[in-house]
Design a protein around this ligand. Structure first.
Ligand SMILES: Nc1ncnc2c1ncn2[C@@H]1O[C@H](COP(=O)(O)OP(=O)(O)O)[C@@H](O)[C@H]1O
Ligand SMILES: [Mg+2]
Length: 250
């Protein structure tokens, strides 16, 4: 599915009643099955933009569309993941991942079969019966990713999903995400603070200005797929990352 954002802007009201322009106006399109990252200074409206596309919030002006449909409410084909895994501590990994299926009244045997099928790609094969308290931060995010992917979304909105993890863990989990994306080809919009991560994973990197965030640059990443870690040593990678960094500095 294609995500389309047109002249979208958001203003918040401060407690003092003043108008706070938080985002926009922004206009861009994410073609079906492409992986796009969003980088920009803290507070520029990235999470606001994600919430708008998720249908959790209304724009002040403009609109967000999923194919031809204006987004006004959360849609089942769109899934959202945050920096915080938000697992239920009293449920096993299997039951946390299966939660969306349980809410959709899928019967237990079928729920567990679907989770089983997903665990190897998530790197959680041996952790189905573990509880969140027994997991590392990376494992918890893997479970959170599973809970999102079990819904078979067509659009994946990721708001700094690996931001709290150490660099090596983040590298592993982001490549696992990339492998799963290669098979399912969701339309992805991922917010990240890490320019290298943005370039390494994405087809395009959107760079936002300071609040109210607008699109400062739309940088295409011409690296071949499948992506490999050693792509970061190529001139193409260096030049692309530099283009992103310079756009941020403006
Ligand atoms: N619910 C809200 N009410 C008022 N101001 C908000 C609200 N949510 C975010 N803001 C403000 O809007 C701006 C953009 O926030 P946010 O979208 O969270 O930015 P980012 O994710 O890029 O850090 C910030 O200045 C923030 O303080
Ligand atoms: Mg944010």
């Amino acid at each position: 599915m294609r995500v389309c954002v047109r002249n979208l802007s958001v203003h918040y009201q401060t407690p003092g009643g003043e108008d706070l322009p938080a985002l926009g106006p922004v206009t861009f399109q994410i073609d079906s099955g492409t992986f796009v990252s969003l980088v920009g200074p803290s507070g520029c409206g990235k999470s606001t933009l994600i919430r708008l596309i998720a249908g959790l919030q209304k724009p002040s002006r403009g609109e967000a569309l999923l194919d031809e449909t204006v987004i006004t409410d959360p849609l089942p084909s769109v899934a959202l993941m945050f920096q915080d895994a938000n697992l239920m501590p009293w449920r096993t990994v299997r039951d946390n991942i299966a939660l969306p299926l349980e809410l959709a009244a899928v019967e237990k045997a079928q729920r567990y079969a679907q989770v089983e099928a997903l665990l190897p790609a998530l790197g959680l094969t041996d952790f189905a019966l573990a509880y969140p308290g027994e997991l590392s931060g990376g494992m918890a995010q893997r479970a959170a990713l599973g809970r999102v992917l079990i819904q078979k979304p067509e659009v994946l909105l990721l708001d700094e999903p690996f931001g709290a993890l150490d660099a090596l863990t983040r590298e592993q989990i982001s490549f696992d995400l990339l492998r799963m994306w290669t098979q399912q080809r969701q339309t992805v919009l991922m917010v990240t603070h890490d320019i290298n991560e943005a370039v390494l994973l994405s087809d395009r990197v959107l760079v936002m200005t300071a609040r109210p965030g607008q699109i400062a640059a739309d940088v295409s990443v011409a690296l071949p797929r499948p992506r490999r870690l050693d792509h970061i040593y190529s001139d193409l990678f260096t030049h692309t990352a530099q283009a992103v960094r310079e756009a941020i500095a403006l």
